[in-house]
Design a protein around this ligand. Structure first.
Ligand SMILES: [Zn+2]
Length: 194
């Protein structure tokens, strides 16, 4: 990943690696490993997920997902995508500044800019970052600067709005994390918290 852009070769290598890990996880019955691999795969496009990949070790071998894992990956991807859309509508679009906000006009505009930035890439056409819901939600907070931090091209909000929004982001990411076993239909009882 470079400046939010997926590079073609490493992305394809990662895709192959995730496929191999998913296969291995099935064989050794390691549900947490399987879930991690399926989540990694879900960050790719549906056609990339569905198509097989030649093995780096033996090009005569084409590594594909089982029908069950393919369905799990596409289902998880779809639910994650819907979660992100709902997050944008509920927590970002028209977000009201904190009650303690010291510069409401400015903060409101900053949240609008973050919303616009995210919506620009909602179909993954620019940076493909939105197919990774955990990253995309964290990135919302990452696009904001506040008192005591460098702006570095980010949108400035007061510390009250910043704190409230970071809390929202943290809770949303925790919800995504704990939901992954259900979304991808993998029984991983010891999945843990983020
Ligand atoms: Zn504010």
């Amino acid at each position: 990943m470079l400046s939010g852009l997926c590079l073609v070769t490493p992305a394809l290598t990662l895709l192959l690696l995730s496929r191999q890990v998913a296969k291995l996880a099935q064989e050794v019955e390691a549900p947490r490993l399987l879930l991690s691999a399926l989540y990694d795969l879900s960050r790719s496009t549906p056609s990339q997920i569905a198509s097989g990949r030649q093995s780096n070790i033996d090009p005569s071998i084409c590594i594909t997902l089982s029908q069950e894992d393919l369905f799990r990956t596409l289902r998880g991807r779809e639910i994650a995508s819907r979660f992100l859309s709902t997050f944008i509508v509920k927590e970002l679009e028209g977000r009201r500044p904190s009650h303690a906000c010291t510069r409401p006009q400015n903060c409101r505009m900053a949240f609008e800019c973050v919303t616009f930035d995210l919506l620009r890439d909602v179909n993954g056409l620019l940076c493909n970052r939105n197919s990774d819901v955990l990253f995309a939600i964290a990135e919302c907070a990452g696009l904001l600067a506040t008192e005591g931090t460098k702006t570095d091209g980010r949108f400035f909000v007061c510390r009250w709005c910043h704190a409230e929004f970071c809390d929202v982001v943290q809770r949303a990411r925790a919800e995504v994390w704990t939901s992954l076993p259900t979304w991808f239909n993998v029984e991983a009882d010891d999945w843990g918290t983020i």
